[in-house]
Design a protein around this ligand. Structure first.
Ligand code: SF4
Length: 484
């Protein structure tokens, strides 16, 4: 029985799917399987163990130059695997192996020469005994290399390495055991592979080879067909309906999805609240969160908005920040910074522009709010008249002159012409000082007096004459200077 219960009919189906996939995608697999069946290990590629096995097949008989060449080539490949630690030379028809591990390697080669595969294997009762014997006689092979060596000779053995173990665990065929000693994990892996081979009635060596093709992109020549590698390509995998790892991954995806939608719900809460209760019911954080729309780096949008307000010292602080400074804040990119700036600018303009409901201009403050934005950034003087209806609501705003304001440029006739046309009840005059200082000049006093006098004659009351400076204003009415 497998530790994790998978019915043998399902296991056979899984195996058939895996085999079909590998045979279809690994070009040389069919031939490799045939070779495996015939135990013609000399056709196998030149891994370290295969090299050693081939040397063993030569019985270290170097009398033929061709064999010596072949052996040298194979040993050179072995030397490459040993990262230059191995020096191979040919002296008097003898291969000389020099390396830090030379003694171990010589011992291994000698052992292999004295125990040619057929003779050696006929004397052992099973792979585990064989492995133990090989390991004892050929220490440079190590446990896994001993498995490789056996497989290279066509011995019915599996390689209990991490690649195959990973697949067995992912499929739920064996438990993941991180605390057990490596030798025990190898034993368990090999035992699971043997049971798998039994269940699917396939020689263990063939199971081993197919698993190598399916799981190992680096060790075999099935680089492009291997699916269940360190980062598995589950979307292409025919086994995913039976794969415990895939199911768990999907669960993980689902829980991630749940987390995401929870975050999104949280992020849409201010919007819903605004719809239900109106913008006034929302805190600054919530209003800012609506502008930001999404959080960032695991923080939801409310956290980002709260932090921004706190770091900036409130809305005024945010208004003072440049786009660059805003973008440098955590969770606020350039686009969000621009959005915030645009919203603040709209709010500012809203403060200084008339509403569509035409609020009455009953004080200098309301007049200033009504006109200030129009004068921002103006580099020359402009004189305007605002005709008012009987409820003191502005009818429109009319420009009378542009350029330095003089008595001749602001003629009462022109100033009141539009007011008469609009049947205005009263008027307000406004002009600006581009210098920023709203203090009235002598000329301003003279113009004001003339306009007030003309208004009295025409029956259109002059409610105020306002001079707009930089962020400030002068009101003739407030100062009691509206005299005729
Ligand atoms: S579904 Fe993914 S993890 Fe499972 S066997 Fe296939 S590739 Fe491997």
């Amino acid at each position: 029985m497998f530790p994790m219960d998978m019915q043998s009919s399902i296991l056979i189906e899984v195996w058939e799917l895996l085999k079909a996939f590998v045979l279809e995608h690994a070009v040389s697999m069919t031939r490799r399987l045939e070779d495996q069946r015939e135990a013609d290990w000399r056709n196998l590629s030149t891994s370290e163990t295969q090299v050693l096995a081939i040397l063993a097949s030569l019985d270290l008989d170097f009398s033929s130059a061709g064999d010596r060449r072949r052996a040298r080539r194979l040993l050179a490949s072995l030397a490459a695997e040993a990262e230059g630690e191995l020096l191979v030379a040919e002296e008097d028809n003898t291969l000389v192996v020099e390396s830090a591990k030379a003694e171990q390697l010589r011992k291994t080669l000698r052992w292999i020469a004295e125990n040619p595969p057929q003779r050696f294997l006929s004397g052992v009762s099973g792979p585990r005994v064989a492995i133990r014997e090989i390991y004892r006689g050929a220490p440079s092979l190590g446990q896994l290399h001993a498995h490789k060596w056996l497989i290279a000779m066509g011995y019915p053995c599996g390689r209990p390495d991490s690649l195959r173990r990973r697949w067995l665990v992912r499929m739920g065929l064996m438990e993941l055991n991180n605390v057990a000693p490596a030798s025990r994990v190898r034993e368990e892996t090999l035992a699971t592979m043997e049971r798998l081979a039994q269940a699917v009635q396939t020689p263990l060596a063939e199971v081993d080879l197919l698993l190598a093709a399916f799981t190992d992109a680096s060790e075999t020549d099935f680089r492009h067909s291997a699916l269940c590698t360190r980062i598995p390509r589950c979307q292409l995998c025919p086994l995913r309906n039976h794969c415990a790892f895939f199911r768990e991954g999907r669960q993980k995806d689902e829980s991630q999805q749940r987390h995401l939608s929870k975050m999104m719900r949280k992020e849409s809460q201010p919007r819903e609240r605004l719809e239900e209760h109106g913008a006034r019911a929302l805190s600054n954080e919530e209003l800012l969160a609506i502008l930001l729309r999404t959080g960032s780096g695991g923080a939801n949008v409310m956290d980002v908005a709260t932090k921004l307000l706190k770091d900036a010292g409130g809305l005024e602080g945010i208004a003072r920040m440049t786009i660059g400074e805003l973008s440098a804040q955590k969770g606020i990119g350039r686009v969000k910074a621009i959005t915030i700036k645009a919203a603040l600018e709209l709010a500012r303009r809203r403060d200084t522009t008339p509403s569509t409901e035409r609020q009455p201009l009953t004080s200098s403050k309301t007049i200033y709010r009504y006109v200030a934005s129009r004068y921002e950034g103006k580099t020359e003087e402009e004189f305007e008249v605002i005709p008012l209806d009987v409820k003191l609501r502005p009818i429109n705003t009319i420009n009378i002159s542009r350029g330095t304001i003089t008595q001749t440029l602001v003629h009462p006739r022109e100033a009141f012409k539009q007011a008469i046309r609009e049947s205005a009840h009263s008027v307000i005059f406004v002009h600006n000082h581009p210098t920023g200082d709203p203090a009235p000049s002598r000329e301003d006093f003279i113009i004001t007096r003339r306009l007030v006098q003309a208004g009295e004659v025409l029956g259109i009351r002059v409610l105020d004459h306002m001079i707009i400076g930089k962020g400030c204003y002068y009101s003739f009415s407030d100062e009691g200077k509206l005299e005729s």
